[in-house]
Design a protein. Structure first.
Length: 180
């Protein structure tokens, strides 16, 4: 584990039994109060994609927006938003995905990406993989391709990153936290 990963992991808070009993919530909000940690995270992603062929970053609501907007600025790439259904103006398409109890839906604007675009799908954390898979489906429905899915944190015990990889989308995360 690198110094940067150790430092950033030390900044992330674990909140037990939130939002429900048995869940160990990985709270990344302290990163945004720590300029050193935010720079380490942003720089790691920027370095990874600086020479890539991605043309757009599709970022998932909401903490993913904060890191991906820094990336988009430094990489000089368009940032397109993947939001909860009903939050984007104009014409949109949506995709439902399963939650542990029920379902949810995300959407993108129809003109967000199109044929020939190579998209990085970005979120703050990969748990079950449902949100990223739904975002990948939207990108593909709009005619673009997904180059990679990326997140700050992977929760490998929930198998989301494996599910995403099994769908044919490469996954990159900066760190993993074991346990639920």
């Amino acid at each position: 584990m690198s110094y940067d990963e150790c430092y950033v992991k030390s900044v992330i808070r674990t909140i037990p039994d939130w939002p429900e009993p048995g869940v160990q919530f990985r709270d990344i909000t302290p990163i945004f109060k720590d300029p050193k940690a935010l720079r380490m995270v942003s720089d790691a992603f920027i370095q990874r994609y600086i020479d890539s062929d991605i043309t757009h970053i599709a970022s998932i609501d909401a903490r993913g927006f904060l890191i991906s907007s820094i990336m988009a600025y430094h990489l000089n790439l368009p940032l397109v938003l993947v939001r909860k259904k009903g939050k984007l103006p104009g014409e949109t398409i949506h995709q439902e995905y399963a939650l542990e109890y029920g379902s949810a839906s995300v959407e993108m604007q129809l003109d967000a990406v199109g044929p020939g675009d190579r998209v990085l799908v970005f979120d703050d954390l990969i748990a079950t993989g449902g949100t990223i898979l739904a975002a990948c489906t939207l990108v593909k429905k709009l005619g673009a391709s997904v180059s990679e899915a990326a997140a700050l944190i992977d929760l490998p015990d929930l198998q989301g990153s494996t599910l995403i990889q099994d769908s044919g989308v490469p996954v990159h995360t900066l760190m993993a936290f074991e346990g639920l």
